[in-house]
Design a protein around this ligand. Structure first.
Ligand SMILES: Cc1cc2nc3c(=O)[nH]c(=O)nc-3n(C[C@H](O)[C@H](O)[C@H](O)COP(=O)(O)OP(=O)(O)OC[C@H]3O[C@@H](n4cnc5c(N)ncnc54)[C@H](O)[C@@H]3O)c2cc1C
Length: 374
């Protein structure tokens, strides 16, 4: 019997793999291979679940803003608001932040100490400056992931779990794909949506790794007294030392850690939990009653911290959809639409018209290298 030949084999079924497969499905025969027992086990299942217009810097705003429209329209967002906070000595950083985002289309306003205190009364007095972002929202990550997985089922995509790809071999018209359990599949094109394993997968295909490095991030769930109001904004340190937000009567707190890691099933380290708690106690008047949960996940960044979407410049039929860093959920709708249009040669639409695909193309790394050596 001849093996089925797919147009695209997407490797990884986290938010990246599920969303791009859903976008490809109406146009092509698509296979998704996922190493774990179920999709979403790694970074996608461990996020802090917010959509924040400025997160990741101005280079991501063109992806974040249209994605926000899609997420809102489909009911995946719950308005929360965000506050970047600073002390008197952070004034230059606060001013720089506002300047950095001027003209990008984000909505931010400066609050004085009184304005900040009215939104977060539990902060210590030294925190006296804030940038308020009213549009920031919580994302229902599980529902968004399910939305894309449902689109896969409806679009006739074959999703195979417990299928860790361990071999990629060239053959006439595309690729022969082998898994650790000995199954083989055939596809004309590969889409690398392997998250923290993106460079490892590239190595199997003979493509040059791009330097996509996984960084571990820790989150703890606290029971605090008094209870954090449900509508309190997400609070982020302008210097990147912590963030916290309410979740169902509890607080989710992160020390904003970025610890280089191998691709793995990330687990929280006691030291990072201790650092988170120490910073929180220095910044707020809340009393911690219990640390109820702790988890960690990997955020995987390309060297310039922008995502990588599109065909590999040297290995034909090998495509990147990786480097989703700390923004892979909030940018998923526009990112997946854009990348599918690039792969299929389709025109941009309302979701992607304002995005320059070259800004996220893997070819930018070869161009940078040529400039350095030229
Ligand atoms: C603590 C934390 C907080 C975060 N908060 C936010 C947030 O608030 N908002 C936001 O937008 N983003 C956030 N992020 C980032 C977001 O979670 C990621 O950008 C996103 O989940 C990346 O999705 P992915 O599909 O690329 O990766 P993953 O979800 O890790 O999926 C990759 C998949 O590829 C599979 N795979 C790997 N190698 C192979 C192989 N050889 N064969 C088959 N399958 C393979 C893996 O098993 C995995 O399931 C956060 C991340 C962390 C860790």
């Amino acid at each position: 019997m001849t093996e089925k030949l797919y147009d695209f084999a997407v490797i990884g079924a986290g938010m990246a793999g599920a969303s791009i497969a859903a976008e490809l499905a109406p146009h092509a025969k698509v296979l998704v291979l996922e190493a774990e027992d179920a999709p979403g086990y790694h970074s996608t299942g461990r996020s802090a679940a917010f959509w924040e217009e400025c997160y990741g810097g101005p280079g991501l705003v063109p992806l974040t803003l249209p994605s926000g429209g899609y997420l809102r329209e489909h009911g995946f967002l719950n308005q929360r608001g965000a506050l970047y906070i600073g002390r008197a000595e952070d004034k230059a950083k606060m001013d720089g932040f506002v300047e950095n985002f001027a003209g990008t289309g984000v909505t931010i306003e400066r609050l004085d100490a009184g304005g900040l205190r009215s939104k977060v009364p539990q902060l210590h007095e030294e925190w006296c400056d804030a940038i308020y972002e009213p549009a920031c929202a919580d994302i229902d990550v599980a529902a968004l992931h399910q939305h894309y997985l449902k689109a896969l089922r409806q679009g006739g995509v074959d999703l195979v779990c417990r299928a860790r790809v361990s071999d990629l071999a060239r053959e006439q018209g595309g690729w022969r794909i082998g898994t650790e359990r000995g199954e083989t599949y055939r596809a004309a094109q590969i889409v690398n949506a392997a998250g923290a394993w993106a460079d490892t997968l590239a190595g199997l295909a003979g493509a040059q790794p791009l330097g996509i490095g996984p960084l571990r991030r820790t989150v703890v769930q606290l029971r605090v007294s008094p209870e954090a109001p449900a509508d309190q904004p997400l609070v982020l340190d302008i210097s990147g030392g912590f963030y916290f937000k309410p979740d169902n009567g509890r607080l989710w707190l992160s020390p904003h850690d970025e610890i280089p890691s191998d691709p793995c099933d990330a687990a929280p380290e006691e030291m990072d939990v201790a650092v988170a708690i120490d910073r929180f106690q220095q910044v707020t008047k809340w009393r911690i009653e219990a640390v109820e949960r702790r988890w960690a996940g990997l955020r995987s960044f390309a060297p310039d911290r922008l995502p990588v979407y599109g065909p590999d410049p040297a290995v034909s039929r090998f495509n990147w959809f990786a480097g989703q860093g700390g923004f892979g959920i909030q940018t998923a709708p526009a990112a997946a639409r854009l990348a599918s249009q690039v792969l299929l040669g389709l025109e941009p639409d309302d979701l992607t018209r304002a995005i320059d695909p070259q800004a996220y193309s893997p070819a930018r790394f070869s161009a940078q290298k040529a400039r350095r050596t030229g």
